[in-house]
Design a protein around this ligand. Structure first.
Ligand code: MLT
Length: 228
């Protein structure tokens, strides 16, 4: 069991090389990338901007350009940010250059970590099992445009609560705070994610996006955890 666990409510600082980072963007980036890895995507290269993504892709001609702005697919990109776009037939064996608004920033903040694990509610239990052997864990919440996002803090709290129950030391005020924000069960997770600011925004974009939110609000529907 990790000796200690800390939380970043937004990707403020680089995660130190000795720590394992759990990168969290429930709506939708880390949920999407978990699905993509499960469907055989070989590698994920985060990009901070669409321009950086194009430059990265120019160095890897076979890679897929993926990403969103304001929730919608970036013009000229191959894929947006819906879990339903990342099927095996599309991403199997492929490298993904990934430029989402917040999730990519959090992945970049964790670039030097010992391990970079994708965290989402759909695979929360598998993430917990995957980080169990690690000495130090930092949960990096993507937030929204540098500000707090309830759904990310809630997942961080869900993880901290269970790690603490197994003996991990909770480090810092953010980790102590999110413990109290943690939903208790699948119904609590669903209500919180659906009711979050970004959840409401995505649902306002239409039925397809509402379907994405519903998918991201599932608890433990995927029994695997992945690193990028
Ligand atoms: C993000 O990375 O900012 C989100 O995943 C955005 C979204 O998909 O709506």
């Amino acid at each position: 069991m990790p000796a200690r666990v800390s939380v970043q409510l937004t990707p403020r600082r680089r995660v130190p090389a000795r720590a394992t980072a759990v990168v969290v963007d429930v709506l939708r980036a880390t949920t999407v990338l978990t699905v993509a890895r499960r469907h055989g995507a070989r590698a994920v290269l985060p990009a901070g901007t669409p321009e950086e993504a194009l430059a990265l892709r120019s160095l890897r001609p076979g890679a897929l350009l993926c990403g969103e702005r304001d929730g919608r697919r970036i013009a000229g990109f191959d894929l947006g940010n819906s879990p339903f776009e990342y099927g095996f037939e599309t991403v199997g064996g492929r490298t993904l250059v990934f430029a989402s608004t917040n999730g990519s920033q959090a992945l970049l903040a964790a670039a030097r970590a010992r391990r970079r694990v994708l965290g989402a509610f759909v695979n929360a239990g598998a993430v917990l099992a995957a980080i169990a052997p690690d000495e130090a864990v930092t949960v990096v919440c993507s937030g929204k445009l540098g500000r707090f996002a309830l759904e990310d803090a809630a997942l961080a709290g869900w993880l901290v609560e269970r790690l603490a129950a197994r003996g991990a030391r909770v480090e810092g005020p953010a980790a102590a705070f999110v413990r109290r924000a943690a939903p208790r069960d699948a119904a609590g997770v669903r209500a919180l994610v659906q009711g979050s600011a970004h959840g409401r925004y995505l649902r306002s974009l239409g039925a397809e996006y509402a379907r994405d939110v519903e998918f991201c609000a599932g608890l433990d529907t995927i029994p695997e955890a992945f690193e990028v």
